[in-house]
Design a protein around this ligand. Sequence first.
Ligand code: ADP
Length: 502
Amino acid sequence: MEPTEPLRVLFLSAEVVPFAKTGGLADVAGSLPKALHKLGVDVRVGMPRYGRIDRDKFGLVTALEPFPVPMDDQTMEASLLQGVIGDSVPVYFVENPKLYDRDGIYMYPDDAERFIFFCRAMLEGVRRLHWQPHVIHCHDWHTAIVPNWLKTIYRDDPFFKDTATVYTIHNLAYQGIFGYRVLEVAGIDEYGFIVHPDLPDLDNVVDMMGRGIYFADIINTVSETYAQEILTPEYGERLDPLLRDRRDRIFGILNGIDTEVNNPATDPYIAAHYDLHNLAGKAECKRALQHEAGLAEDPHIPLIGAISRLTDQKGFDLIAQIIDPLMQNAQFQFVLLGTGDQRYHDLFSRIHERYPDRMAVYLTFNAPLAQKIYAGTDMFLMPSRFEPCGLGQLLAMRYGSIPIVRATGGLADTVQDFDPRTGQGNGFSFRPYDGMALYGAILRALENYKYQDTWHRLMVKVMSADYSWDASARKYVDLYQRALASRIPRPPREVYQIGAEK
Ligand code: ADP
């Protein structure tokens, strides 16, 4: 790379705010590139053009007319549309109606093909645009095939021969596991399965996440604690032997949030604006949320919120264990916004039937309502079993809602337990994955809420903290430089052999 050239980074993600979102990955992909751009990086984002992404609404224009993309032993056509994040970062959308013109984002039987095609079309697309990335930054299993390709079928390609890869694990629990056929689709069947002595399961499946970890020049995850946790069997989702082998290339960088979009002083979705110097608007947001949720409009009763995917990861089974004694012994209201596994939908519907006046349950995905809950609640609950970073607690603090969390992963890195005697800490946390530990943390939060001066100081404290991308984006630039400097041109054959088809 010439010293005067800007660093060119191709950022590949299955979801990007404001175009498509199911969770935190979309927030990161919609906000980190803006911060990188401010640091002078020529960053461009690629994602599929799902059916719901409206061409007119987002002002998308054609960047490339249909071009052939190798798939399996044939080619398929893609075109590229172009849009923008904020007013600066170009976003390319891979268009192929057969693969992407559907209602949802994931959970289709051909997801492997859909994301392999997206990645391949992006590589072939930037070649046609004559835009040669120094680094390709891949996220989660959907784009993990790219480091694999750059070390195999693309390794002698003059366009990509110096390109380094950074692979970010946002959630190790979703690995993208498929059968042998996927190797043919991706055009890498001649290399076969990965064989690792401590991972007997890996030699007869294609584990996309495993391939990203195995082939990337640099790997990172989204908090320092989670970067350590995933090296252990408890959190490693059975890839920990592979992660331990590559530990000298694994880093942890805490996510930031988009502090321009998520700003209680300007947020268009909330009932009144406020900032840390004048919190009157927050009281109005609470009243408006209580009204909308059908709860008593009482400024004094503590209002707890939760916004989450409803899966085993997020710890809501702990709430089920304690909700009845908690409701009997403490005065509070509760608003839940979440969608996910049917068993949690059933569970919270049943709980809601028991306490219709004291809680509201929204089993849907609703971004404007999420903003109203961050702004309108006094406390925000995240009792996760594991949490790579967690954005909910950061967003809550930005809006002055005090987090109650389990001390794991990024939650442990961002929330310290409050001690009223010393004033240290910024929330309430508990460690054992245990209903009674959660119960204790909620009671401590409710107890502290009674002392309004203390609570006010706590709100000002969490609202004054810096959750922006500024510091973390600089760390990503360092990571890109490190990937370029320590790029491995070939697969690490000295450690592994790539087995043939069994
Ligand atoms: P994860 O990525 O594991 O889902 P994070 O806390 O990192 O968890 O990010 C979750 C993001 O998704 C936050 O921006 C949160 O506000 C948003 N979110 C989660 N569930 C919903 C929902 N039902 N409606 C609206 N936004 C949601």
